[in-house]
Design a protein around this ligand. Structure first.
Ligand SMILES: Nc1nc2c(c(=O)[nH]1)N[C@H]1C(S)=C(S)[C@@H](COP(=O)(O)OP(=O)(O)OC[C@H]3O[C@@H](n4cnc5c(=O)[nH]c(N)nc54)[C@H](O)[C@@H]3O)O[C@H]1N2
Ligand SMILES: Nc1nc2c(c(=O)[nH]1)N[C@H]1C(S)=C(S)[C@@H](COP(=O)(O)OP(=O)(O)OC[C@H]3O[C@@H](n4cnc5c(=O)[nH]c(N)nc54)[C@H](O)[C@@H]3O)O[C@H]1N2
Ligand code: SF4
Ligand SMILES: [Mo]
Length: 902
C-alpha cells in the first residue's frame, strides 16, 4: 500500500482493470514510478481499491515494453524502423489488399481496454472509410451475450440500473459471477449493505467460490442450467401472484409466450430442481426470496454470458425483472457486471462487428445517418464477422490483413491453437501493443507498433453503471510509444482519408463522438451525451465522472432507465423473450467425462502482461492449476499438489492439481491467466471448444468436455534470479515475479547432473553448492557481494527447500553470515516456520501465519486484522480469511500450491 504524500500533486485517473471503474490517485515519484491510492471522490469506489488496483504502482516498469515500431525482416527477426516507415508500410499493404480483394479481406480486432477515443477512431476508419464491418473486439468473448440480451429485451444495449442499487437492494442475486475476486470493490459494497441493512445474498454458480462465502443461499447448479432456473422462477412468479400486472400491461409485450415456454422448460419447483440438479427446498427458498422481495438486483457475469446459451440466459433473467416491474427502480434491476475497464465505452462507439456507432445498428436509416454524419465515402452496409468467425475466416485465407490492438487472442480465444495457426497465414499482421513479447506477437506479427500504456495515455472510459471517467496521463511515455488513436489516424491519413481523421487531441475525438450520439436522436436512442459535444479542452481536462443519460437542462435528472417503461423498441414496450429449450453443445462422453470450466483468480489480470509484473500479486496463487472435486480425484487418480494432464478435443495442458470440495463433481476449473510467456504448458484457451451462442457469437468458455490423467515428475524445484532465465527444455515450469527478480517453479524428470551443468552455465562456476545426488538433492547459489544473484533448489517431490523462506532471503539486499551459510539448507535461519503461501497480498500475510492465529483464538476477520493487519487494506482477502476460520478444525481445502511448501 503506497500512500500518497499530500504535498505532492496527485493525478486523478481510473483503474485500468475491471469494469467497476474505480477512481485512482496517482502521484509520480519522479523516477518512473508512482504512489497509488483510491480516489475518495470517485462515485465508483469512494477511495477503495482491490488488491490489483492497490498494486498498480508495481506494474509501471518499462523493462518488457515495446519502445519502437518494428517490422519483420525475416522469420524471427524484427528490425526497428521509424514511425513514418511503419505507418507507410501498413497503409500501403492495406491499400493493396483492399484494392485486390475488396474491403472484406481486411479486419481489426480491438479491445475493451482501449480508450473510447481509440475505439472510436478505429471503428470509424473500418466501418466508414474502408467500408467493411470486420471490426470486432475481445468484448465478443466477454459482454456480447449481455449486449444481445439487452437489445432483444429493451431494443437497445442499455444497462438499466446503477451502483446505488447495490446499497439499496434487500436481495442481491449473483449469477455466474465471482465478484469477490473479479469485482471486489462492488462486492465489498454489497457486503456493506448486508451488514448495515441486512440485505440477503444468493450466489448461483456451479463452484462454491469465495463470493459464496457470505451468501445466505448458495445454489450450486449444474453448468448451463441457468435458463431453466429463471424459467422456473418466471412460472413461480406467475403462479403465486407476484407479477406486476400494471407494468406488464403498459410496458411489455410477449409475456404469455415466454411464460408458456417457461412452463415447458421448468413448469414447477420439482421440474426446476430436476433440470438444474438443485434440491427442491433450495429452489423453493430462492423462488420465495425473489417473489417476496421487491428490491432485488440480479447481477450476472461470465457464468451467464460465456455460454452457448448466453443470450437466452440473459433474457431469462431479464424476463423475471420485467414480470415484476423491478427494473430501473432504486434497489431493483437486472445488472450486467462488465468485465473490462472500457467494455461499455467500446459498446458506445460500436466496436462490435454487429453494431455501427453510438448504439446504432445496421438498419438502412442508421447506416444513412452515420454515413452523413461521418461524410463517409464507403460505409459498411452489413454486419461484419464476429471474433470466432473472423479467426476462422483468417484460417481459411479469406481475411488477409489483420490489425490487433490491445488484446492477446493467441491466448484468449477459444481453440487458441487454431487461432494461433490462423495468424500465421496472414499476408499482413499488425499488432499495437504495450509489451515487446506475448503469445500473439510471437504468432508471427509483421509489424509491431508501440502503444502508450496506462499512466501515459489519456482519454475516457465508461464503467458498468454508464459512468464516463477520465483516464489521465501522469507519466511520460517511454521510447516512441504513441496513443492508439494517433496511430490509427496516421494510417487513415495515409489511406487518403485526411478529412475524416483531422483530430489533434483526444478532446477533439470525444467531442465528435458526443455529437454523433445526439445526431438526429431526439430520444430515439438511449446513448446520448450530446451535451458534451461542445466541451472545451479545459472542460475535458477537468471532467468529473459523469453518468449517462446526462443530468441537466430540461432533461429530467435520472440515474436509471425503464422504471416507467420507455423502451427503445418501435412501440416503446419491452419484449419478453421465450428462451429456446437449452440444447447442450457440450455433452460429455466416455473419453471426455468431465466439463472444463475456466475463469479468473483474485490477483491476476487476463494474460498477466501487467499484473504479472507485481511481486505482491504473484504471491497468492503463483502456479497454474486445475481444481478437481475429491471424488473425481480418486476416480481419475490425481492427487492434491501433484500434476495432471487435462485434455480436450482441442488441446492439452499440464497443471498442478488442487483437490477441492468447493468444486462440483464432474467439473474441472482452470484459470485463464498463464500462457507461453510464463509457463510451459498452461495456455488454457487451447483447451476450450469454439462453440458460440447463436445470437451473440460469444464462445462457451465454461463447459468444454475434458479428461484428466495424472502426470508424475521425479523432481521439484525452484530458481530465483535477478534476470529472466532460460531453463533447460522439457520440464514443467512457471515464472513468477518476486521481490528483487524472478522466480521459477518447476518439475522435472531429468537427472541432477544436468541441473549442475545448467547452473554453472547460467550463473558461472563460482557457486556455493550442496549436492546429495543419491538423495535426489541439488542446491546452488551465486552471489554478488552479500546479495544472492541466482539460486537453484532441486529435490524430490516435497523436499526442494522452502520457497517462501528462500524468496525472503533473495529479497534481502545484504545477507548476514548466518543467513548465507543457512541458505542452502532451504530453511529459515531463525528456526521459524515460513508464513506459507500468501493470502493477504497487501501485507504479505501467509496462510500458516493465519491458521496459527485462528488456532490461537482469532475468530473473525476483524480479529485477524487487529492482530496481523491482514484484510485491513483492500479487503480482497477477507472472503478467504472467513473461509480459513470456517475451515479451522476441518481439513484444509485450499490447495497448497507453492511448490515445495510442504
Ligand atoms: N481478478 C480479476 N478480476 C477480473 C478480471 C481478471 O482477469 N482478474 N477480468 C475482468 C473481466 S474482463 C471479466 S469479463 C470479469 C469476469 O468476472 P466473472 O464472470 O465473475 O469471472 P469468471 O471467473 O470468468 O466466471 C464467473 C463464474 O462463472 C461460473 N460459471 C461457470 N459456468 C456457469 C454456469 O453455467 N452458470 C453459472 N451460474 N455460473 C457458471 C464460474 O464457476 C465462475 O465462478 O472479471 C473482471 N475482473
Ligand atoms: N477460456 C477462457 N477464455 C477467455 C475468458 C474466459 O473466461 N475463459 N474470458 C474472456 C474475456 S471475458 C476477456 S475480456 C478476454 C481477455 O483476454 P485478452 O484481451 O486477450 O487479455 P489481456 O491480457 O487483457 O490482453 C490485453 C493486451 O493488450 C495490451 N495492452 C494493454 N493496454 C493496451 C493499450 O492501451 N493499447 C494497446 N495497443 N495494447 C494494450 C496488453 O499488454 C495485452 O497484451 O479473455 C477471454 N478469454
Ligand atoms: S475493483 Fe479493483 S480492479 Fe476493479 S476497478 Fe476497482 S481497483 Fe481496479
Ligand atoms: Mo472480459
Amino acid at each position: 500500500m503506497t500512500s500518497v504524500d499530500p504535498t505532492l500533486r496527485a493525478t486523478r485517473t481510473t483503474c485500468p482493470y475491471c469494469g467497476v471503474g474505480c477512481g485512482v490517485l496517482a502521484t509520480p515519484d519522479g523516477s518512473g514510478g508512482a504512489a497509488i491510492s483510491g480516489d475518495p471522490e470517485h462515485p465508483a469506489n469512494f477511495g477503495r481499491l482491490c488488491s490489483k488496483g492497490s498494486a498498480l504502482g508495481e506494474t509501471l516498469g518499462i523493462e518488457d515494453r515495446l519502445l519502437y515500431p518494428m517490422i519483420r525482416v525475416s522469420k524471427g527477426t524484427m528490425e526497428r524502423v521509424a514511425w513514418s516507415d511503419a505507418l507507410d508500410h501498413i497503409a500501403h499493404r492495406f491499400a493493396h489488399i483492399i484494392k485486390r480483394d475488396g474491403p472484406g479481406a481486411v479486419a481489426f480486432y480491438l479491445s475493451g481496454q482501449l480508450l473510447t477515443e481509440d475505439y472510436y477512431v478505429a471503428n470509424k476508419l473500418m466501418k466508414g472509410f474502408i467500408g467493411s464491418a470486420n471490426v470486432d473486439t475481445n468484448s465478443r468473448l466477454c459482454m456480447s451475450s449481455s449486449v444481445a440480451g439487452h437489445r432483444r429485451a429493451f431494443g437497445a444495449d442499455t444497462v438499466p440500473g446503477c451502483y446505488d442499487d447495490l446499497d439499496e437492494a434487500d436481495l442481491l442475486v449473483l449469477v455466474g459471477s465471482n465478484a469477490a475476486w473479479c469485482h471486489p470493490v462492488l462486492f465489498q459494497r454489497m457486503l456493506a449493505n448486508k451488514q448495515a441493512r441486512g440485505a440477503r445474498i444468493v450466489v448461483i454458480d456451479p463452484r462454491r467460490t469465495d463470493t459464496a462465502g457470505d451468501a445466505d443461499l448458495f445454489l450450486g447448479l449444474k453448468p448451463g442450467t441457468d435458463t431453466a432456473l429463471f424459467s422456473g422462477l418466471l412460472v413461480h412468479l406467475a403462479d403465486t401472484g407476484a407479477l406486476d400486472r400494471a407494468y406488464l400491461d403498459s410496458h411489455t409485450a410477449g409475456f404469455e409466450e415466454a411464460l408458456a415456454r417457461g412452463r415447458g422448460i421448468a413448469g414447477s419447483i420439482g421440474a426446476t430442481a430436476l433440470a438444474t440438479g438443485l434440491s427442491e427446498p433450495d429452489v423453493a427458498e430462492f423462488f420465495r426470496m425473489f417473489a417476496n422481495t421487491p428490491r432485488v438486483v440480479t447481477l450476472y457475469s461470465q457464468g451467464v454470458n460465456q455460454s452457448a446459451q448466453g443470450t437466452d440466459k440473459v433474457n431469462a433473467i431479464i424476463n423475471c425483472h420485467l414480470a415484476t416491474g423491478r427494473i430501473g427502480k432504486p434497489g431493483a434491476s437486472p445488472f450486467s457486471l462488465t468485465g473490462q475497464p472500457n467494455a461499455m465505452g467500446g459498446r458506445e462507439v460500436g466496436g462490435l462487428a454487429n453494431q455501427l456507432a453510438a448504439h446504432m445498428g445496421f438498419t438502412p436509416p442508421d447506416i444513412d445517418r452515420v454515413r452523413r454524419f461521418w461524410k463517409a465515402p464507403r460505409i459498411a452496409t452489413h454486419e461484419g464477422l464476429k471474433a470466432v468467425q473472423m479467426f476462422e475466416a483468417i484460417g481459411r485465407g479469406e481475411i488477409k490483413a489483420l490489425w490487433v490492438m490491445g488484446t492477446n487472442p493467441a491466448v484468449s480465444l477459444p481453440d487458441a491453437d487454431a487461432a494461433r495457426a490462423a495468424l500465421k497465414k496472414l499476408e499482413l499482421f499488425v499488432v499495437s501493443e504495450n509489451v515487446r513479447s506475448n503469445d500473439t506477437v510471437k504468432a508471427g506479427a509483421h509489424v509491431l507498433l508501440p502503444a502508450q500504456a496506462w499512466g501515459e495515455k489519456t482519454g475516457t472510459v465508461t464503467n458498468s453503471e454508464r459512468r464516463i471517467s477520465r483516464q489521465r496521463a501522469f507519466l511520460d511515455a517511454p521510447g516512441e510509444a504513441k496513443p492508439d488513436w494517433w496511430i490509427v489516424g496516421e494510417v487513415a491519413r495515409r489511406l487518403g482519408f485526411s478529412a475524416g481523421f483531422d483530430f489533434n487531441s483526444v478532446a477533439d475525438i470525444f467531442r465528435e463522438h458526443a455529437a454523433l450520439s445526439s445526431f438526429e436522436n431526439e430520444g430515439s436512442r438511449d446513448f446520448d451525451i450530446g451535451a458534451l459535444q461542445t466541451v472545451s479542452d479545459e472542460g475535458f481536462d477537468a471532467m468529473v465522472p459523469l453518468q449517462w443519460p446526462m443530468q441537466w437542462g430540461d432533461i429530467e435528472p435520472r440515474q436509471r432507465f425503464f422504471a416507467r417503461g420507455g423502451f427503445f423498441t418501435n412501440d416503446g414496450k419491452a419484449r419478453f423473450v421465450a428462451p429456446e429449450i437449452p440444447a447442450l453443445h457440450t455433452e460429455t462422453s466416455a473419453g471426455r467425462p468431465l466439463r472444463l470450466n475456466t475463469g479468473r483468480i483474485r490477483d491476476q489480470w487476463h494474460t498477466m502482461t501487467r499484473t504479472g509484473m507485481s511481486p505482491r500479486l504473484g504471491q497468492h496463487l503463483p502456479e497454474p492449476f486445475v481444481e478437481v472435486h475429491p471424488d473425481d480425484a480418486i476416480r481419475y487418480g490425481v492427487a492434491d499438489g501433484g500434476f495432471a494432464r487435462v485434455t480436450t478435443d482441442y488441446g492439452q495442458c499440464t497443471l498442478r492439481v488442487a483437490v477441492n470440495a468447493r468444486q462440483q463433481r464432474g467439473m474441472l476449473f482452470a484459470p485463464i491467466h498463464w500462457n507461453e510467456e510464463n509457463a510451459s504448458a498452461a495456455r488454457v484457451g487451447a483447451l476450450v471448444a469454439p462453440f458460440t451462442d447463436p445470437y451473440s457469437g460469444q464462445p462457451e468458455n465454461k463447459a468444454t468436455p475434458a479428461s484428466i490423467t495424472p502426470y508424475e515428475y521425479v523432481f521439484r524445484g525452484f530458481a530465483l534470479s535477478r534476470v529472466k532465465l532460460k531453463l533447460p527444455d522439457h520440464l514443467w515450469w512457471t515464472r513468477v515475479t518476486v521481490a528483487g527478480g524472478y522466480g521459477y517453479l518447476f518439475a522435472d524428470n531429468a537427472d541432477l547432473a544436468r541441473w549442475q551443468l545448467w547452473m554453472r552455465s547460467a550463473a558461472g562456476s563460482d557457486l556455493a553448492e550442496y549436492k546429495d545426488f543419491g538423495g535426489g538433492v541439488f542446491r546452488a547459489a551465486s552471489f554478488t557481494g552479500d546479495r544472492i544473484e541466482t539460486c537453484l533448489f532441486v529435490g524430490p517431490a516435497r523436499d526442494a527447500g522452502d520457497w517462501e523462506v528462500v524468496k525472503g532471503l533473495f529479497a534481502t539486499e545484504a545477507l548476514g553470515e548466518d543467513q548465507r551459510r543457512m541458505l542452502l539448507s532451504g530453511k529459515s535461519t531463525d528456526g521459524l516456520a515460513s508464513g506459507g503461501p500468501i493470502v493477504c497480498a497487501c501485507f504479505g500475510v501467509g496462510r500458516n501465519t493465519l491458521c496459527d492465529a485462528i488456532a490461537a483464538g482469532a475468530g473473525s476477520a476483524a480479529e485477524i486484522g487487529a492482530q496481523l493487519k491482514a484484510g485491513t487494506n483492500c479487503g480482497s482477502c477477507i472472503p478467504e480469511l472467513k473461509r480459513l476460520i470456517a475451515q479451522a478444525g476441518t481439513v484444509a481445502e485450499q490447495p497448497n500450491l507453492a511448490v515445495a511448501a510442504s
